[in-house]
Design a binder for this molecule. Structure first.
Ligand code: PLP
Length: 421
């Protein structure tokens, strides 16, 4: 809020040239912002953005040159972001239903395509109903407050996504944070939470920094033992984990034990934007009445709805795309391990190449780009100190040659910088 106001003050109202506002408060604000920005640069945590001049896909063109870059850092797990049928569906929806609704859902913003997509999402996940949001961040921000009372408890994995953490902050339930995927700790917390009315265990299905998969079977067993509900965030699972790409709950055989699924349309399902909750009908009905990001934010644009709807059609027609991604993941993981690298996680297209040292991760990622391979280094505070890594993400549309080129480049760069003998 404060940052938004600050930007407005600084921008002024000029048409072409930015106008800086004058006065003591504006000068103080500018000084404060510049100091804060300097602190971020000084801490080495500045995030810069590379500008892409082509569609999202396995091969990119970067602005200012850099054509034919092999891309290994998008969440485009199934390669549907630029799939011709997905693009055509978006264009058709745009032409038939317009650019947008200029409205929230309950006033004047629900079209037949929104209802159709919600029905399709529920069918895909084999749940009773679904509700769309502008993003999964919003779905996570809106669910806990609407669902839980001060008499209830929520138990959250310590490495859950920021949007789950923020959503839980907004609710008045009693909060427990259990150690990452630690079932002993979860059990102890569930025992303590018996004094509360309703218990909800919340976890990412797959964790995006480590590529590890939540032990949902064990979580569901504990939930049954201690009479708790289970919520999963499936942003890094929907569309490709499990034999039919339904997600972590399908992969681990607990679709009937997980009560609530939140996920995104902005990764494997066409990659445009949008999120949703799917689960019991009364919950979805309640979210339509009470969930603030749903009630007070614009409807998803028709083109975005068209993309996601077509992506789901493609996935429900055949599981071939999801399975081809699994084979590519296996190729990358086994070749990199054979080359001497340590890859965190298991059987997930997020393949973190563990390097330990932050500077090593940064220089290796830079050198990979010099060889035409786009990967990103992550270090503290995004990941724990001493656990710096380069995160590689595999997509169904990478060819075997793309993957082999990436492994060869890693091997060369790893040797050059001492990450490999
Ligand atoms: N949850 C997880 C685990 C994510 O990785 C993300 C996106 O990075 C989100 C939620 C938010 O998804 P969206 O981009 O739809 O807001």
């Amino acid at each position: 809020m404060w940052r938004g106001a600050a930007v407005r003050v600084l921008r002024g109202g000029g048409a072409e040239t930015p106008r800086a506002s004058s006065g003591v408060a504006a000068a103080e604000l500018r000084r404060r912002l510049e100091n804060e920005l300097e602190d971020i640069r000084g801490a080495g945590t500045w995030k810069s953005e590379r500008v892409i001049a082509s569609r999202q896909g396995p091969h990119l063109r970067l602005a200012g040159g850099g054509a034919g870059i092999l891309n290994f850092c998008a969440n485009n797990y199934l390669g549907l972001s630029s799939h011709p049928e997905v693009i055509r569906a978006a264009v058709e929806a745009l032409e038939k239903f317009g650019a947008g609704l200029s409205s929230v859902r309950f006033i004047c913003g629900t079209q037949s395509i929104h209802k159709d997509l919600e029905e399709k999402i529920a069918r895909f996940h084999q749940r009773e109903d679904a509700i769309l949001y502008a993003s999964c961040f919003d779905a996570n921000a809106g669910i806990f407050e609407a669902l839980l009372t001060p008499e209830d408890a929520v138990l959250s994995d310590e490495l859950n996504h920021a949007s789950i953490i923020d959503g839980i902050r907004l609710c008045k339930a009693n909060k427990y944070r259990y150690k990452h995927m630690d079932m002993q700790d979860l059990e102890a917390k569930l025992q303590d939470a018996q004094k509360h009315h309703l218990r909800l265990v919340a976890t990412d299905g797959a964790f995006s920094m480590d590529g590890d998969i939540a032990p949902l079977r064990e979580i569901c067993q504990l939930a049954q033992k201690y009479d708790a509900l289970v919520f999963i965030d499936e942003c890094h699972a929907t569309g490709f984990l499990g034999p039919n790409g339904r997600g972590t709950d399908e992969l681990l055989g607990v679709m009937d034990k997980v009560t609530i699924v939140n996920s995104t349309l902005g990764k494997a399902l066409g990659g445009a934007a949008g999120g949703y909750t799917t689960g019991p009908k009364p919950l979805i009905d309640l979210l339509r009445q009470r969930s603030r990001p749903y009630l007070f934010s614009n409807s998803l644009p028709p083109a975005v709805v068209g993309c996601a709807s077509k992506a789901l059609d493609l996935l429900m027609e055949s599981n071939a795309i999801a399975q081809s991604m699994a084979a590519k993941t296996q190729r990358f993981r086994s070749k990199m391990t054979a080359a001497g690298f340590t890859i965190s996680g298991k059987d997930h297209p997020i393949c973190p190449v563990m390097l330990g040292d932050a500077r090593l991760a940064a220089v290796m990622a830079e050198d990979m780009l010099n060889r035409g391979i786009y990967v990103i280094g992550f270090s503290y505070p995004v990941v724990p100190k001493g656990k710096a890594r380069i995160r590689v993400q595999i997509s169904a549309v990478h060819s075997d040659e793309d993957i082999d080129r990436c492994v060869e480049a890693f091997t060369e760069v790893g040797r050059k910088h001492g990450a490999l003998p």
